[in-house]
Design a protein around this ligand. Structure first.
Ligand SMILES: [Zn+2]
Length: 438
Protein backbone atom coordinates (compact mmCIF):
# COMPACT_ATOMS: atom_id res chain seq x y z
CA UNK A 1 0.00 0.00 0.00
CA UNK A 2 1.42 3.37 -0.88
CA UNK A 3 -1.65 5.52 -0.63
CA UNK A 4 -2.93 4.30 -4.00
CA UNK A 5 -6.57 5.25 -4.29
CA UNK A 6 -9.17 4.20 -6.77
CA UNK A 7 -10.18 7.18 -8.85
CA UNK A 8 -13.93 6.97 -8.53
CA UNK A 9 -15.35 10.22 -7.32
CA UNK A 10 -14.11 12.19 -10.32
CA UNK A 11 -16.14 9.94 -12.58
CA UNK A 12 -19.20 10.54 -10.45
CA UNK A 13 -18.86 14.28 -10.54
CA UNK A 14 -18.39 14.29 -14.32
CA UNK A 15 -21.73 12.60 -14.93
CA UNK A 16 -23.58 14.59 -12.32
CA UNK A 17 -24.52 17.72 -14.24
CA UNK A 18 -26.11 15.93 -17.18
CA UNK A 19 -28.27 13.74 -14.96
CA UNK A 20 -29.40 16.62 -12.78
CA UNK A 21 -30.76 18.38 -15.83
CA UNK A 22 -32.69 15.37 -16.97
CA UNK A 23 -35.09 14.78 -14.11
CA UNK A 24 -35.80 15.64 -10.50
CA UNK A 25 -33.29 14.96 -7.76
CA UNK A 26 -35.66 12.63 -5.93
CA UNK A 27 -36.21 10.43 -8.97
CA UNK A 28 -32.46 10.19 -9.55
CA UNK A 29 -31.84 9.22 -5.93
CA UNK A 30 -34.42 6.44 -6.04
CA UNK A 31 -33.18 5.00 -9.27
CA UNK A 32 -29.51 5.19 -8.28
CA UNK A 33 -30.30 3.47 -4.98
CA UNK A 34 -31.96 0.64 -6.87
CA UNK A 35 -29.09 0.45 -9.35
CA UNK A 36 -26.58 -0.03 -6.54
CA UNK A 37 -28.74 -2.49 -4.61
CA UNK A 38 -29.18 -4.52 -7.76
CA UNK A 39 -25.42 -4.33 -8.29
CA UNK A 40 -24.83 -5.63 -4.76
CA UNK A 41 -27.05 -8.62 -5.57
CA UNK A 42 -25.32 -9.27 -8.89
CA UNK A 43 -21.93 -9.15 -7.16
CA UNK A 44 -23.00 -11.96 -4.81
CA UNK A 45 -22.32 -14.49 -7.57
CA UNK A 46 -25.05 -16.99 -6.60
CA UNK A 47 -23.38 -17.75 -3.27
CA UNK A 48 -26.20 -18.29 -0.71
CA UNK A 49 -23.86 -17.62 2.24
CA UNK A 50 -22.81 -14.28 0.75
CA UNK A 51 -26.44 -13.45 -0.05
CA UNK A 52 -27.63 -14.14 3.48
CA UNK A 53 -24.79 -12.62 5.46
CA UNK A 54 -23.19 -9.92 3.29
CA UNK A 55 -25.84 -8.65 0.85
CA UNK A 56 -28.63 -8.73 3.43
CA UNK A 57 -26.70 -6.97 6.16
CA UNK A 58 -24.65 -4.40 4.30
CA UNK A 59 -27.66 -3.34 2.21
CA UNK A 60 -30.18 -3.21 5.01
CA UNK A 61 -32.12 0.01 5.18
CA UNK A 62 -35.53 0.68 6.65
CA UNK A 63 -37.18 -0.59 3.47
CA UNK A 64 -34.84 -3.47 2.73
CA UNK A 65 -34.52 -6.35 5.14
CA UNK A 66 -34.01 -4.19 8.20
CA UNK A 67 -35.74 -6.74 10.41
CA UNK A 68 -32.75 -9.08 10.41
CA UNK A 69 -30.69 -6.39 12.10
CA UNK A 70 -33.41 -5.45 14.57
CA UNK A 71 -33.88 -9.10 15.49
CA UNK A 72 -30.19 -9.59 16.08
CA UNK A 73 -29.91 -6.53 18.28
CA UNK A 74 -32.48 -8.13 20.54
CA UNK A 75 -29.90 -10.71 21.52
CA UNK A 76 -27.77 -8.17 23.31
CA UNK A 77 -30.01 -6.84 26.00
CA UNK A 78 -30.66 -9.93 28.11
CA UNK A 79 -26.91 -10.46 28.24
CA UNK A 80 -26.43 -7.10 29.89
CA UNK A 81 -28.33 -8.21 32.96
CA UNK A 82 -27.98 -11.96 33.14
CA UNK A 83 -26.14 -15.07 32.17
CA UNK A 84 -28.91 -16.97 30.41
CA UNK A 85 -27.01 -19.45 28.27
CA UNK A 86 -29.49 -18.86 25.47
CA UNK A 87 -27.88 -15.49 25.04
CA UNK A 88 -24.25 -16.37 25.72
CA UNK A 89 -21.99 -18.32 23.41
CA UNK A 90 -19.43 -20.58 25.11
CA UNK A 91 -15.83 -19.46 24.70
CA UNK A 92 -14.92 -20.80 21.24
CA UNK A 93 -11.50 -21.39 19.72
CA UNK A 94 -11.57 -20.18 16.11
CA UNK A 95 -7.81 -20.24 15.30
CA UNK A 96 -4.74 -21.74 17.00
CA UNK A 97 -4.26 -18.47 18.90
CA UNK A 98 -7.72 -16.82 18.87
CA UNK A 99 -10.84 -17.41 20.98
CA UNK A 100 -14.28 -15.81 20.68
CA UNK A 101 -16.03 -14.65 23.87
CA UNK A 102 -19.44 -13.04 23.67
CA UNK A 103 -23.11 -13.30 22.94
CA UNK A 104 -25.10 -13.68 19.74
CA UNK A 105 -25.03 -9.93 19.14
CA UNK A 106 -21.55 -8.74 20.02
CA UNK A 107 -18.34 -10.44 21.01
CA UNK A 108 -14.66 -10.02 21.71
CA UNK A 109 -11.64 -11.85 20.36
CA UNK A 110 -8.88 -12.98 22.69
CA UNK A 111 -5.55 -13.38 20.94
CA UNK A 112 -2.69 -15.27 22.57
CA UNK A 113 0.45 -13.27 21.72
CA UNK A 114 3.96 -14.23 22.90
CA UNK A 115 4.12 -11.60 25.66
CA UNK A 116 0.55 -11.75 26.86
CA UNK A 117 -3.07 -11.64 25.80
CA UNK A 118 -4.52 -9.07 23.43
CA UNK A 119 -8.26 -8.49 23.27
CA UNK A 120 -10.34 -6.99 20.47
CA UNK A 121 -13.18 -4.89 21.96
CA UNK A 122 -14.22 -5.02 25.59
CA UNK A 123 -17.79 -6.21 26.14
CA UNK A 124 -20.90 -4.32 27.12
CA UNK A 125 -20.06 -3.45 30.71
CA UNK A 126 -18.03 -4.25 33.83
CA UNK A 127 -20.30 -7.06 35.04
CA UNK A 128 -20.06 -8.84 31.71
CA UNK A 129 -16.26 -8.77 31.39
CA UNK A 130 -15.85 -9.78 35.02
CA UNK A 131 -18.25 -12.71 34.57
CA UNK A 132 -17.04 -13.95 31.18
CA UNK A 133 -13.90 -12.34 29.79
CA UNK A 134 -11.80 -12.51 32.94
CA UNK A 135 -12.43 -16.24 33.55
CA UNK A 136 -11.77 -16.88 29.84
CA UNK A 137 -8.45 -15.11 30.16
CA UNK A 138 -7.53 -17.26 33.18
CA UNK A 139 -8.13 -20.41 31.16
CA UNK A 140 -5.81 -19.01 28.48
CA UNK A 141 -2.96 -18.54 30.96
CA UNK A 142 -3.53 -15.05 32.35
CA UNK A 143 -1.08 -14.48 35.21
CA UNK A 144 1.34 -11.89 36.55
CA UNK A 145 3.90 -13.10 34.03
CA UNK A 146 1.37 -13.47 31.19
CA UNK A 147 -0.84 -10.38 31.47
CA UNK A 148 -3.56 -8.82 29.35
CA UNK A 149 -1.14 -6.56 27.53
CA UNK A 150 -3.27 -4.69 25.03
CA UNK A 151 -6.76 -4.01 23.77
CA UNK A 152 -7.90 -2.81 20.36
CA UNK A 153 -11.28 -1.06 20.46
CA UNK A 154 -12.98 -0.90 17.05
CA UNK A 155 -15.01 2.17 18.05
CA UNK A 156 -16.31 4.06 21.06
CA UNK A 157 -19.87 2.75 21.32
CA UNK A 158 -20.75 1.12 24.64
CA UNK A 159 -21.23 -2.37 23.24
CA UNK A 160 -17.56 -2.25 22.20
CA UNK A 161 -15.88 -0.37 25.04
CA UNK A 162 -18.34 -0.68 27.95
CA UNK A 163 -16.06 -3.10 29.81
CA UNK A 164 -12.83 -1.21 29.12
CA UNK A 165 -12.71 0.64 32.45
CA UNK A 166 -13.04 -2.56 34.50
CA UNK A 167 -10.32 -4.25 32.48
CA UNK A 168 -8.07 -1.19 32.74
CA UNK A 169 -8.59 -0.87 36.50
CA UNK A 170 -8.04 -4.56 37.20
CA UNK A 171 -5.62 -5.78 34.53
CA UNK A 172 -4.07 -2.54 33.20
CA UNK A 173 -3.79 -3.27 29.47
CA UNK A 174 -2.84 -0.48 27.06
CA UNK A 175 -6.12 0.35 25.30
CA UNK A 176 -6.10 1.68 21.72
CA UNK A 177 -9.06 3.69 20.40
CA UNK A 178 -9.54 5.92 17.35
CA UNK A 179 -8.83 9.52 18.43
CA UNK A 180 -12.05 10.88 16.90
CA UNK A 181 -14.13 8.78 19.32
CA UNK A 182 -12.59 10.52 22.33
CA UNK A 183 -12.14 14.12 21.22
CA UNK A 184 -13.34 15.59 24.52
CA UNK A 185 -11.54 13.02 26.70
CA UNK A 186 -14.83 11.84 28.10
CA UNK A 187 -14.01 8.15 28.27
CA UNK A 188 -14.01 6.48 31.67
CA UNK A 189 -10.66 4.91 30.78
CA UNK A 190 -7.63 6.62 29.27
CA UNK A 191 -7.05 5.24 25.77
CA UNK A 192 -3.93 5.45 23.67
CA UNK A 193 -5.19 7.28 20.58
CA UNK A 194 -4.99 5.92 17.06
CA UNK A 195 -4.88 9.00 14.82
CA UNK A 196 -8.27 8.93 13.07
CA UNK A 197 -7.24 11.73 10.70
CA UNK A 198 -4.46 9.60 9.18
CA UNK A 199 -6.38 7.35 6.79
CA UNK A 200 -3.33 5.38 5.68
CA UNK A 201 -2.87 1.68 6.33
CA UNK A 202 0.01 1.23 8.78
CA UNK A 203 1.39 -1.26 11.25
CA UNK A 204 1.15 -0.71 14.97
CA UNK A 205 2.09 -2.88 17.93
CA UNK A 206 -0.82 -3.48 20.29
CA UNK A 207 0.21 -5.45 23.36
CA UNK A 208 3.18 -6.80 21.42
CA UNK A 209 0.94 -8.05 18.58
CA UNK A 210 1.36 -6.44 15.17
CA UNK A 211 -1.85 -4.93 13.77
CA UNK A 212 -2.27 -3.32 10.35
CA UNK A 213 -4.43 -0.36 11.32
CA UNK A 214 -6.88 1.32 8.93
CA UNK A 215 -9.06 4.16 10.26
CA UNK A 216 -12.53 3.66 8.76
CA UNK A 217 -14.76 6.57 9.84
CA UNK A 218 -18.48 6.38 9.08
CA UNK A 219 -20.27 4.30 11.69
CA UNK A 220 -18.51 6.63 14.13
CA UNK A 221 -15.82 9.20 13.35
CA UNK A 222 -13.24 7.14 15.22
CA UNK A 223 -14.11 3.70 13.87
CA UNK A 224 -10.96 1.73 13.11
CA UNK A 225 -10.50 -1.50 11.17
CA UNK A 226 -7.49 -3.77 11.35
CA UNK A 227 -5.85 -6.78 9.81
CA UNK A 228 -4.03 -9.26 12.02
CA UNK A 229 -2.06 -12.36 11.19
CA UNK A 230 -3.17 -15.40 13.18
CA UNK A 231 -2.25 -19.07 13.01
CA UNK A 232 -4.54 -21.75 11.62
CA UNK A 233 -3.30 -25.33 12.06
CA UNK A 234 0.23 -23.96 12.04
CA UNK A 235 -0.23 -21.75 8.97
CA UNK A 236 -0.37 -17.94 9.05
CA UNK A 237 -3.68 -16.42 7.94
CA UNK A 238 -4.52 -12.73 7.67
CA UNK A 239 -7.90 -11.74 9.03
CA UNK A 240 -9.96 -8.55 8.74
CA UNK A 241 -11.44 -6.95 11.84
CA UNK A 242 -14.09 -4.71 10.29
CA UNK A 243 -14.54 -1.85 12.74
CA UNK A 244 -17.93 -0.16 12.86
CA UNK A 245 -20.01 -1.90 10.25
CA UNK A 246 -23.65 -1.07 10.48
CA UNK A 247 -24.93 1.89 8.55
CA UNK A 248 -26.31 3.71 11.56
CA UNK A 249 -25.33 7.25 10.58
CA UNK A 250 -27.72 9.36 8.56
CA UNK A 251 -25.71 12.47 7.71
CA UNK A 252 -24.36 12.75 4.19
CA UNK A 253 -20.76 13.42 5.31
CA UNK A 254 -20.78 10.38 7.64
CA UNK A 255 -22.22 8.09 4.98
CA UNK A 256 -19.78 9.46 2.43
CA UNK A 257 -16.99 8.65 4.89
CA UNK A 258 -18.43 5.16 5.36
CA UNK A 259 -18.39 4.56 1.61
CA UNK A 260 -14.82 5.84 1.36
CA UNK A 261 -13.83 3.57 4.27
CA UNK A 262 -15.31 0.51 2.57
CA UNK A 263 -13.43 1.35 -0.64
CA UNK A 264 -10.16 1.69 1.27
CA UNK A 265 -10.86 -1.56 3.13
CA UNK A 266 -11.29 -3.28 -0.26
CA UNK A 267 -7.85 -1.97 -1.29
CA UNK A 268 -6.34 -3.11 2.03
CA UNK A 269 -7.72 -6.66 1.94
CA UNK A 270 -6.44 -7.01 -1.63
CA UNK A 271 -3.00 -5.66 -0.78
CA UNK A 272 -2.62 -7.85 2.33
CA UNK A 273 -4.17 -10.98 0.80
CA UNK A 274 -6.69 -11.22 3.64
CA UNK A 275 -8.41 -14.61 3.85
CA UNK A 276 -10.58 -14.44 6.96
CA UNK A 277 -12.92 -12.27 8.99
CA UNK A 278 -13.31 -11.57 12.71
CA UNK A 279 -16.35 -9.35 13.11
CA UNK A 280 -17.34 -8.08 16.58
CA UNK A 281 -21.03 -8.23 15.62
CA UNK A 282 -21.20 -11.87 14.70
CA UNK A 283 -24.58 -11.69 13.02
CA UNK A 284 -22.79 -9.81 10.20
CA UNK A 285 -20.56 -11.62 7.73
CA UNK A 286 -21.81 -15.06 8.78
CA UNK A 287 -19.52 -15.11 11.81
CA UNK A 288 -22.23 -16.48 14.09
CA UNK A 289 -22.96 -19.28 11.63
CA UNK A 290 -19.25 -20.20 11.54
CA UNK A 291 -19.09 -20.25 15.35
CA UNK A 292 -22.20 -22.43 15.55
CA UNK A 293 -20.56 -24.85 13.11
CA UNK A 294 -17.41 -24.98 15.23
CA UNK A 295 -19.42 -25.61 18.40
CA UNK A 296 -21.43 -28.37 16.72
CA UNK A 297 -18.71 -30.17 14.76
CA UNK A 298 -15.33 -28.86 15.89
CA UNK A 299 -12.91 -26.67 14.01
CA UNK A 300 -12.24 -27.78 10.46
CA UNK A 301 -8.89 -27.62 8.67
CA UNK A 302 -8.66 -24.91 7.50
CA UNK A 303 -10.84 -23.24 10.12
CA UNK A 304 -14.38 -22.23 9.27
CA UNK A 305 -13.13 -18.67 9.78
CA UNK A 306 -10.90 -18.89 6.72
CA UNK A 307 -13.38 -17.54 4.19
CA UNK A 308 -10.87 -17.47 1.33
CA UNK A 309 -9.36 -14.37 -0.20
CA UNK A 310 -11.83 -14.08 -3.08
CA UNK A 311 -14.77 -14.30 -0.69
CA UNK A 312 -13.41 -11.53 1.52
CA UNK A 313 -12.81 -9.35 -1.55
CA UNK A 314 -16.28 -10.08 -2.91
CA UNK A 315 -17.79 -9.22 0.47
CA UNK A 316 -16.18 -5.79 0.35
CA UNK A 317 -17.46 -5.21 -3.19
CA UNK A 318 -20.99 -6.05 -2.05
CA UNK A 319 -20.55 -3.73 0.93
CA UNK A 320 -19.35 -0.97 -1.40
CA UNK A 321 -22.45 -1.23 -3.57
CA UNK A 322 -24.72 -1.25 -0.53
CA UNK A 323 -22.95 1.86 0.78
CA UNK A 324 -23.32 3.58 -2.59
CA UNK A 325 -27.04 2.75 -2.50
CA UNK A 326 -27.29 4.30 0.93
CA UNK A 327 -25.45 7.48 -0.05
CA UNK A 328 -27.56 7.81 -3.21
CA UNK A 329 -30.65 7.59 -1.04
CA UNK A 330 -29.49 10.41 1.22
CA UNK A 331 -27.91 12.64 -1.37
CA UNK A 332 -29.80 13.13 -4.63
CA UNK A 333 -26.74 14.72 -6.23
CA UNK A 334 -24.64 11.57 -5.84
CA UNK A 335 -24.06 9.65 -9.05
CA UNK A 336 -21.42 6.99 -8.61
CA UNK A 337 -20.23 4.34 -11.05
CA UNK A 338 -21.10 0.77 -10.12
CA UNK A 339 -18.35 -1.56 -8.92
CA UNK A 340 -18.43 -4.94 -10.62
CA UNK A 341 -16.72 -8.01 -9.20
CA UNK A 342 -15.15 -9.93 -12.10
CA UNK A 343 -13.86 -13.46 -12.45
CA UNK A 344 -11.39 -14.79 -14.99
CA UNK A 345 -11.32 -18.53 -15.62
CA UNK A 346 -9.57 -20.92 -17.97
CA UNK A 347 -11.90 -22.56 -20.46
CA UNK A 348 -10.64 -26.11 -20.17
CA UNK A 349 -7.28 -26.81 -18.58
CA UNK A 350 -4.48 -24.77 -20.16
CA UNK A 351 -2.23 -26.68 -22.58
CA UNK A 352 0.31 -25.50 -25.17
CA UNK A 353 -2.56 -25.37 -27.68
CA UNK A 354 -5.37 -24.12 -25.40
CA UNK A 355 -4.98 -20.90 -23.45
CA UNK A 356 -8.59 -19.73 -23.61
CA UNK A 357 -9.92 -17.69 -20.72
CA UNK A 358 -13.29 -16.13 -19.99
CA UNK A 359 -13.94 -12.88 -18.12
CA UNK A 360 -17.40 -12.34 -16.69
CA UNK A 361 -19.39 -10.81 -13.87
CA UNK A 362 -22.96 -10.71 -12.56
CA UNK A 363 -24.03 -8.78 -15.65
CA UNK A 364 -22.66 -11.34 -18.13
CA UNK A 365 -19.48 -11.77 -20.20
CA UNK A 366 -17.12 -8.80 -20.34
CA UNK A 367 -16.18 -7.95 -23.92
CA UNK A 368 -13.41 -5.85 -25.44
CA UNK A 369 -11.14 -6.07 -22.41
CA UNK A 370 -7.42 -6.72 -22.33
CA UNK A 371 -6.23 -9.95 -20.73
CA UNK A 372 -2.63 -10.91 -20.04
CA UNK A 373 -1.33 -14.48 -19.94
CA UNK A 374 2.08 -14.98 -18.36
CA UNK A 375 4.45 -17.56 -16.91
CA UNK A 376 6.57 -16.40 -14.01
CA UNK A 377 9.15 -19.20 -14.44
CA UNK A 378 10.12 -18.22 -18.01
CA UNK A 379 8.93 -14.63 -18.32
CA UNK A 380 6.88 -15.58 -21.39
CA UNK A 381 3.64 -13.65 -21.88
CA UNK A 382 1.07 -12.40 -24.36
CA UNK A 383 -2.01 -10.19 -24.33
CA UNK A 384 -5.40 -10.66 -25.94
CA UNK A 385 -8.76 -8.89 -26.06
CA UNK A 386 -12.01 -10.52 -25.00
CA UNK A 387 -14.71 -11.09 -27.62
CA UNK A 388 -18.47 -10.68 -27.24
CA UNK A 389 -18.55 -13.87 -25.16
CA UNK A 390 -15.85 -12.60 -22.82
CA UNK A 391 -13.38 -15.10 -24.31
CA UNK A 392 -9.75 -14.39 -25.13
CA UNK A 393 -6.74 -16.45 -26.13
CA UNK A 394 -3.18 -15.89 -27.31
CA UNK A 395 -0.06 -18.00 -27.79
CA UNK A 396 2.50 -18.09 -24.97
CA UNK A 397 5.99 -19.36 -25.94
CA UNK A 398 7.33 -21.43 -24.44
CA UNK A 399 4.56 -23.18 -22.50
CA UNK A 400 5.87 -26.35 -20.90
CA UNK A 401 3.37 -28.99 -19.68
CA UNK A 402 3.72 -29.98 -16.03
CA UNK A 403 6.44 -27.32 -15.47
CA UNK A 404 4.82 -23.93 -16.00
CA UNK A 405 2.04 -22.26 -14.09
CA UNK A 406 0.02 -20.04 -16.42
CA UNK A 407 -1.31 -16.84 -14.85
CA UNK A 408 -4.26 -15.04 -16.44
CA UNK A 409 -4.79 -11.42 -15.42
CA UNK A 410 -7.53 -8.90 -16.12
CA UNK A 411 -6.25 -5.57 -14.88
CA UNK A 412 -9.65 -3.93 -14.57
CA UNK A 413 -11.10 -0.90 -16.32
CA UNK A 414 -13.25 2.15 -15.69
CA UNK A 415 -16.03 3.86 -17.59
CA UNK A 416 -18.60 6.46 -16.59
CA UNK A 417 -21.02 3.71 -15.55
CA UNK A 418 -18.79 0.92 -14.24
CA UNK A 419 -15.61 0.22 -12.37
CA UNK A 420 -14.67 -3.27 -13.50
CA UNK A 421 -12.47 -4.69 -10.80
CA UNK A 422 -9.32 -6.65 -11.61
CA UNK A 423 -9.25 -10.43 -11.52
CA UNK A 424 -6.60 -13.12 -11.71
CA UNK A 425 -6.35 -16.88 -11.84
CA UNK A 426 -3.62 -19.43 -12.44
CA UNK A 427 -3.27 -23.12 -13.27
CA UNK A 428 -0.53 -25.61 -14.05
CA UNK A 429 -0.08 -26.21 -17.75
CA UNK A 430 -0.79 -29.78 -18.78
CA UNK A 431 -0.47 -31.76 -22.00
CA UNK A 432 -3.44 -32.56 -24.18
CA UNK A 433 -5.36 -35.57 -22.92
CA UNK A 434 -3.48 -35.61 -19.62
CA UNK A 435 -5.01 -32.81 -17.60
CA UNK A 436 -5.92 -32.82 -13.96
CA UNK A 437 -7.87 -29.92 -12.62
CA UNK A 438 -5.64 -27.19 -11.12
ZN1 LIG B 1 -21.38 0.94 17.11
Amino acid sequence: MNGKRLNLRSVAIATLAACALATTGLAIAQSRTDVHRDAATRNVGNDPFMMEYARAFYCNLADDNNQIVLNSRGWNYPARSGSDPAYRIPKTQIFDDVWFVGNHYVGQYLIKAPGGLVQVDSGNNAAEVEAYNYPAMLTLGLSASYPLKGMFITHGHGDHDGGAKWLKDNLNPEIFLGSADNVSNTKSYVPTPIDSTDLSLRQMSIGGKSFWILPTPGHTAGSTSAVVEVMDHGKPVRVLINGGQSMSASSIPAVSDYLDSIERTYVAVKALNVEGVMTPHIYWDGEGQKIREILANGRTKPSQHVYGHESVVRQMVIARECSAAWLSRLDATTVLPVWRYNTIEFVGAPTPTNTRVKVQNGWGPLSNQKVKLSVAQTGASCTATTDANGMASCAVHPLRPHKDRLVATFEGSESADFVDLPAETSAMVCSNGNCKSK
